[in-house]
Design a protein around this ligand. Structure first.
Ligand code: PAF
Length: 297
């Protein structure tokens, strides 16, 4: 695997079908699964690693964001990456960007409502990655369901000839969605955090049994959080393509939850289809490598 600090050097090293896995580093199995999927579908797999200041609405969150370049480089290589595009800030933003990239129709609710500016910051950096690296395929996790809707629509609206591939969420064996923030959960918080996936799975069970009402499905998920005293920022069923809340499961959708468990903000979702199918993600058989190799945030 080659490490490339510039857009030009990365582009010059690409051959055939190029698959891009955009990341902010500090890898766990979710990132590695994206790289492995890209490996199956592309001739050249480019992993980008850039902690994008534009998408942090809380400076403290940016300051404590975990960074371990050597660890990430070694994991990316072992998962099958050909190129690690790791630009210094002046390559990504030679000037403070004057451009704004915003998808208001997809950013008004959910994360967009609770993290002002976050999705606009994601849209700017992903547009730069699309334009600067010119991949044919781009791989994103379904865990960030609203982000996935946004980066898909961004490619379509700006005519980037890119197919965006959504990949399943990776989970601990007990259902907790992988996030580098998980390592900051206290032992009690770790137990409470299971309520997020438990609630989402209860809703998926209800959908499989025929429930189509958004309020009922949201209620099934919220009940599990309330039972353990976890306060939700939102529990919402939204159309998968638009990330806008819908009252009935009558199109592809996701049921998303954001909650604070102690001081830690967690998000999770299940994708749902009108015929009752659900994507609950993939489950690990052993504890995540997050716990064996350093700490995340
Ligand atoms: O999902 C992430 O890690 C980031 O939002 C992304 C897509 C790499 C943009 O900085």
């Amino acid at each position: 695997m080659r490490i490339a600090p510039t857009f030009a050097a990365t582009r010059a090293a690409c051959r055939g079908t190029v698959g891009l896995v955009p990341t902010m580093g500090f890898f766990h199995e979710g990132h590695l699964a994206l790289i492995e999927t890209a490996r199956e579908q592309a001739d050249t797999v480019v992993v980008s690693l850039f902690v994008n200041p534009l998408q942090f609405n809380d400076p403290a969150d940016l300051a404590r964001y975990p960074r371990d370049f050597d660890r990430d480089a070694s994991l990316a290589e072992s998962a099958g990456a050909d190129l690690l595009f790791a630009p210094p800030p002046e390559e990504m933003y030679p000037e403070p960007p004057a451009v704004r990239v915003s998808l208001p129709a997809l950013s008004a609710e959910l994360e967009g409502a609770h993290r002002p500016g976050h999705l606009d910051g994601v849209a700017v950096v992903v547009a730069k990655l699309y334009a600067g690296l010119q991949p044919h395929l781009a791989f994103f996790g379904r865990k960030d369901a609203q982000q996935l809707a946004l980066v898909t629509r961004l490619a379509a609206d700006l005519s980037f000839p890119i197919r965006v591939v959504g990949c399943p969420t990776l989970r601990e064996a007990d259902g907790l969605a992988l996030s580098s923030r998980n390592v900051f959960l206290t032992p009690e918080g770790r137990v409470s955090a299971r309520a997020l996936s438990r609630g989402l799975f209860a809703a998926a069970d209800a959908a499989a049994a025929g429930e189509r009402s958004g309020a009922a499905l949201e209620g099934a998920a919220a009940a599990e959080l309330e039972a353990v005293g976890v306060s939700a920022e939102y529990v919402a069923m939204a159309a998968a393509a638009e990330a806008v809340r819908i009252p009935r499961l009558d199109r592809p959708a996701f049921l998303a939850v954001a909650a604070r468990v102690g001081a830690i903000r967690l998000i999770d979702n299940v994708f749902l289809w009108p015929d009752g199918r659900a994507d609950r993600g993939r489950f690990l058989e052993r504890p995540s490598l997050l716990y064996s190799k350093g700490k995340g945030c």
